[in-house]
Design a protein around this ligand. Structure first.
Ligand code: PEP
Ligand code: CO
Length: 445
């Protein structure tokens, strides 16, 4: 029997990856303020996403989850948000066209501000300071002022998330996402890419199909000017997440109204840990990252704990095993779920198992390893009678040079040109489109 759950019952358990605030009283005042602020998302949006994810588990939709590893407060700008949406819209279009399935667009945005770190401190020439844990907690600059956790950042994070979501909602429901005008999603710097040509070929075909259908029905298809986006982030900082966990009128259960889909990271998914305790009581759909150290029994226990009733759309398992390990590590996990008669949504994160450091000191990922892991994921699920229902990618619409390879064959020397990530390397625009083309081909088969 489980102990009763409440939004703060996680405090009974060991909480990994939490910062130490020097002034607990200042923290608690800020948390009280956060708890009074209006929700960022609503329970009906959350329930709608859950329904879509249930569809993805059945193979009716496909989930595209993507965005920055670590969202920065300074990136809460018109240009940065627009370019994130553009690349997700373009990728979704490629997937719908090639895969013949509705696509769920789930951003790693509007709250992806807190990061787990392998070490709590950083030592530079004898000066030891807390590690940078994301803008929600502290700043990246190596000074005591920046690195000491500051509760005021929680209010700033809440505001930035609200501003980001507000703009995303406005763009998604206005003319910006209009499928009659997908050319406006082009990103200028990529106009010379051969992938852009391939993309424009797809767009022309889609436009002709739309014209054809609208000619038959004698008018415009209104739904084509809308695009739904959902928000997700790693719900790492539990006191902040708790402050946004509410009851809502006319529904039972507790909702995290700070995002549609919170997920548990690989470093915080301990069965008896505070994150699993917090997540088990939420009504939201949730994700769990599953790395190579997770055995089949451990996964079964996690699933029983987080989704005891097997609610459709409730639980998404995001495997991030690495191109070299997925072949051995994934089949036992898939088989264990099948033996239990569980239909969970399987999603592949081909990024976090393929991180390496170059000779010149950059944290990077090889594009061919990323594609190779994805490709194997599709094959393994199919061969076992399971289904890959989504992908989880770290990407940006910007012209960064963080991952090696891809259409332009980026080499380690190129990483110095535009390496902007504070944490993990992201696919750039061309690499993202190329990935979408591969996925579309695999789901279309
Ligand atoms: C992430 O998604 O940025 C991350 C830290 O992933 P994981 O928990 O899978 O390592
Ligand atoms: Co990351």
């Amino acid at each position: 029997m489980s102990e009763p759950w409440s939004p703060d019952s996680w405090r009974r358990c060991e909480a990994a990856q939490q910062p130490e605030y020097p002034d607990p009283q200042a923290l608690s005042q800020v948390l009280d303020q956060v708890a009074q602020l209006p929700p960022l998302v609503t329970s009906w949006e959350i329930e709608r996403l859950k329904g879509l994810l249930a569809g993805a588990a059945r193979g009716e939709q496909f989930l595209l989850q993507g965005g920055d590893c670590c969202e920065r407060f300074e990136d809460c700008t018109s240009d940065a948000i627009v370019s994130k949406l553009k690349v997700l819209l373009q990728m979704a279009l490629i997937l719908i066209h090639g895969g013949g399935r509705q696509v769920i667009r789930l951003g790693r945005f509007a709250g992806q501000y807190a990061k787990p770190r392998s070490s709590p401190c950083e030592d530079r020439d004898g000066l030891v300071l807390p590690a940078y844990r994301g803008d929600l907690i502290n700043g990246p600059e190596f000074t005591p002022r920046e690195r000491i956790p500051d509760p005021q950042r929680l209010l700033t994070g809440y505001d930035k998330a609200a501003l980001t979501l507000n703009f995303i909602r406005a763009l998604g429901s206005g003319g910006f996402a209009d499928l009659h005008r997908p050319h406006q999603w082009d990103l200028a710097f990529a106009s010379h890419s051969h992938l852009a040509d391939e993309y424009h070929g797809t767009v022309s075909q889609i436009l002709r199909s739309i014209q054809f259908v609208e000619a038959i029905i004698g008018g415009p298809i209104a739904e084509l000017n809308q695009a739904e986006f959902y928000a997700s982030h790693e719900a790492l900082l539990l006191c902040y997440e708790q402050a946004q966990t509410r009851r809502v009128p006319r529904r039972s259960g507790w909702y995290n109204v700070g995002t549609h889909l919170p997920w548990i990271g690989e470093r915080t998914r301990a069965l008896t840990g505070a994150h699993v305790e917090y997540f088990r009581g939420l009504a939201n759909p949730i994700g769990v990252k599953v790395g190579p150290s997770c055995g089949a029994e451990e996964l079964v226990d996690l699933v029983e704990r987080l989704d005891p009733h097997g609610e459709p759309g409730r639980l998404m398992l995001v495997h991030r095993l690495g191109a070299g390990r997925i072949g051995a590590a994934l089949p036992p996990l898939v088989e264990a779920m099948a033996r239990r008669g569980r239909q969970v949504l399987w999603c592949c994160d081909p990024m976090h198992g393929n991180t390496e450091v170059t000779d010149n000191g950059f944290k990077t990922r090889r594009f061919d390893r990323i594609l190779h892991e994805l490709d194997q994921a599709f094959t393994i699920h199919r061969e076992l009678g399971s289904r890959l229902g989504g992908v989880h990618l770290e990407l940006t619409g910007d012209d960064v040079t963080e991952c090696l390879g891809g259409a332009r064959g980026l080499a380690s020397g190129d990483l110095t040109r535009a390496y902007r990530s504070q944490v993990d390397p992201r696919l750039n625009y061309e690499q993202a489109l190329e990935t979408a083309l591969l996925i579309a081909e695999r789901i279309g088969r």
